[in-house]
Design a protein around this ligand. Structure first.
Ligand code: IMP
Ligand code: MG
Length: 182
C-alpha cells in the first residue's frame, strides 16, 4: 500500500510526511498566534521567495487583521540536499520599512544561514521591530543564535519537498509534504 504513495523526483524517492489538511491546521494556529500579538496594528508581512508561496498565501487568507505584504527573494545554494552556506540576494526590500513592525515569513529554517543574511539586510532598515515566522524548523541543524519567533512545526533533519518546497527546482506544486526516503 505504502509503495503506491511514494513519489519520485529526479530519481529520488519521497514518502508522505504531512498531509495538506494537517498543514492547514498548522497554518491556522500560526495565524491565531500572530494575530494575538499584532491585533489592532498593521504589520508588514514579508514573504521570502520562492519557497514561501503556498504558506504565505494560505496564512494571509486565514489572517483576520490588518496587514501589508511585501516580498524579498533569496537564493540559497544546495549541493543536492545539503545547504552550501551561500545565499544570494535576488530581490531586496521593495518598500520603506522605517518604523514598521515586520514579520519575515520563511517556508523552512534549516541551518539559519538564510536568516542570518536577512538579519544583515534588515539592519539597514529602521524598523520598529522584526520577527520571524517559519512553517518548518529543523532544530537539530540550526546553527544561529537568532530567535525564531513563530514556528509551525519542528521536524527531524530529513529533506522534505512539496507545498512550496523544492528538490532541485521540482515539487513546489505538490499540496502535501513528502520526506526523502532513507
Ligand atoms: P538555511 O539557510 O540552511 O536555514 O536553509 C534555508 C533554505 O534552504 C530554505 O529557505 C529552503 O529553501 C532550503 N531548505 C532547507 N531545508 C530544506 C528541505 O528539507 N527541503 C527543501 N528546501 C530546504
Ligand atoms: Mg526558501
Amino acid at each position: 500500500m505504502q509503495a503506491i504513495q511514494e513519489i519520485s523526483i529526479r530519481g529520488k524517492t519521497f514518502v508522505p510526511f504531512i498531509e495538506g489538511a494537517e498543514i492547514q491546521k498548522i497554518v491556522e494556529e500560526l495565524s491565531e498566534k500572530i494575530y494575538y500579538h499584532y491585533q489592532g496594528r498593521t504589520p508588514v508581512f514579508v514573504g521570502v521567495l520562492n519557497g514561501v508561496i503556498m504558506f504565505f498565501s494560505d496564512f494571509l487568507k486565514k489572517y483576520p487583521g490588518n496587514c501589508e505584504i511585501a516580498f524579498i527573494q533569496l537564493a540559497s545554494y544546495h549541493n543536492n540536499i545539503c545547504s552550501s552556506g551561500k545565499v544570494d540576494i535576488i530581490s531586496n526590500w521593495p518598500v520603506d520599512l522605517t518604523d514598521r513592525e515586520v514579520v519575515i515569513f520563511e517556508d523552512i529554517v534549516d541551518t539559519g544561514t538564510t536568516l542570518e543574511k536577512i538579519n544583515e539586510m534588515i539592519r539597514d532598515q529602521k524598523v520598529k521591530s522584526s520577527k520571524v515566522a517559519t512553517l518548518f524548523f529543523k532544530p537539530d541543524v540550526y546553527k544561529s543564535d537568532l530567535p525564531v519567533d513563530y514556528i509551525g512545526r519542528s521536524i527531524p533533519n530529513r529533506f522534505i519537498v512539496g507545498y512550496g518546497l523544492d528538490f532541485d527546482g521540482m515539487g513546489r506544486n505538490i499540496p502535501d509534504i513528502y520526506q526523502l526516503k532513507d
